[in-house]
Design a protein around this ligand. Structure first.
Ligand code: ZN
Length: 274
């Protein structure tokens, strides 16, 4: 599943490829992805121009004229490309948006868990209303130790699930949560309400560093055309515990253990993480 760093890089690359381009025609080849494509099929976007592309959580939002935006979520296997018009349609490509420079914005998804919708943008707002419920952005100023601590106070679930909760903070996926908790020295199994402000400082600090590094490492791999294959961990974060169960901790030599939390495997060092 594309994580925040991947979606950030897709959004940046889409911005370069789309801004100032005018839509000539839209083609919809399937009735639905995770949601119906019928509204998109009947929408009149011909002549509209792309104004900006932004990311919110794991969503990419492409604003067009007329206070509207395409909302994209890549699900498990969504791929977006901007390519010359002469390339034949691939089997699982569901949407073509023809641009005035001869390129086509193409959306592919084999498992159809992704989303491609057209939304109204409320006056003066950067994102469609459906995204209002999402938590704060981890790389923005509002993600502070004080914020995280205040949210944690009454939370009975474990720390790992808490920092992966998209209603608290968006886009800290399994790899990044696992690594953040190692660097913060926090046991992923602990109840979130036991976190001190000092521990929240470490979690906020390390999550920002790890996500920024992942964004930087992926930025160079996306150039003229865009491609996300939906695989997790493609971005080369220097992994300390994720995927290292049974191996020795780089810091202390203790064998890395793992536990299932919220259905996801969580690796941790029982010595370094308390
Ligand atoms: Zn250790």
């Amino acid at each position: 599943m594309p994580e925040l760093p991947e979606v950030e890089n897709i959004s940046r690359a889409l911005k370069k490829a789309l801004v100032n381009r005018t839509i000539l025609k839209t083609e919809v080849f399937s009735p639905a992805l995770r949601t119906s494509l019928e509204p998109l099929r009947h929408a009149d976007v011909t002549g509209a121009q792309f104004l900006d592309v932004r990311r919110r959580g794991r969503y990419a939002v492409a604003e067009i004229t007329g206070n509207r935006a395409f909302l994209m979520h890549f699900g498990m296997s969504g791929v977006v490309r901007v390519e010359p018009g002469n390339i034949p349609r691939r089997k699982h490509e569901h949407i073509f948006i023809h641009l005035d420079n001869g390129n086509i914005l193409r959306f592919e998804c084999t498992r159809r868990f992704s989303i491609f919708e057209l939304h109204e943008l409320p006056e003066g707002k950067k994102f469609p209303t459906v995204l209002d419920r999402l938590g704060v952005e981890p790389l923005e100023k509002e993600f502070t130790p004080e914020f995280l601590h205040s949210k944690a106070l009454k939370v009975k679930s474990c720390v790992k699930n808490f920092i992966m909760d998209n209603f608290v903070v968006v886009g800290i996926g399994n790899i990044y949560a696992t690594e953040t908790l190692f660097h913060s020295g926090t046991d992923p199994r602990r109840q979130a309400s036991t976190l001190t402000l000092e521990e929240c400082k470490k979690i906020v600090h390390h999550s920002k560093i790890i996500l920024k590094k992942a964004i930087e490492s992926g930025g160079s791999t996306i150039s003229d055309f865009l491609n996300v294959d939906g695989s997790e961990g493609k971005f080369s974060v220097n992994l300390q515990v994720y995927g290292r169960t049974g191996k020795k901790c780089f810091k202390c030599g203790t064998v890395i253990e793992s536990v299932k939390l919220g259905g996801r495997t969580s690796a941790f060092c029982p010595c370094c993480q308390r």
